[in-house]
Design a protein. Structure first.
Length: 141
């Protein structure tokens, strides 16, 4: 199982908003870059708006960042779009055999490892900003 693609699409949306600050960023415009349906863009933009990352106004075409790109880290985006449930990056097999020494103890053994791995990933995301993404993308162009 992979992390929801909403996360990558959300980063894409926010990057478009930052790089096209002076333009009108409609869902049609953004969906052309993402190569998906505008409805998908509106749904994810709504999630980003509820998280305070994007400003959208009813009846007015377009969206813009609610904070600077330097103030938005990838963990903010990850959480905004519910890429995975909290502490749910790694799924546990729930019905192990309690009569087996492995089955009886495997969850308690690997859960702390999974938890640390998720924390490490989240720390990495917290240390990368949307501005870092935009800067890296600009160097590629």
């Amino acid at each position: 199982m992979t992390i929801s693609s909403r996360f990558a699409v959300a980063i894409h949306i926010l990057t478009v908003l930052e790089m096209n600050r002076e333009g009108v960023n409609t869902s049609d415009y953004i969906s052309d870059s993402v190569n998906t349906n505008p409805v998908v863009i509106r749904r994810i933009t709504g999630m980003l708006s509820r998280a305070g990352l994007v400003e959208v106004r009813p009846g007015v075409a377009g969206a813009k960042l609610a904070r600077t790109a330097a103030e938005i880290n990838l963990l903010d985006i990850y959480r905004a779009v519910h890429a995975v449930e909290e502490n749910g990056l790694f799924a546990m097999h729930e019905k192990t055999n309690a009569n087996c020494p492995v089955g009886r103890n495997i969850q308690a053994t690997i859960e702390p490892i999974f938890s640390e791995a998720q924390k490490a990933m989240e720390n990495t995301l917290a240390n990368e900003t949307l501005e870092d993404i935009v800067r890296s993308l600009s160097r590629k162009e």
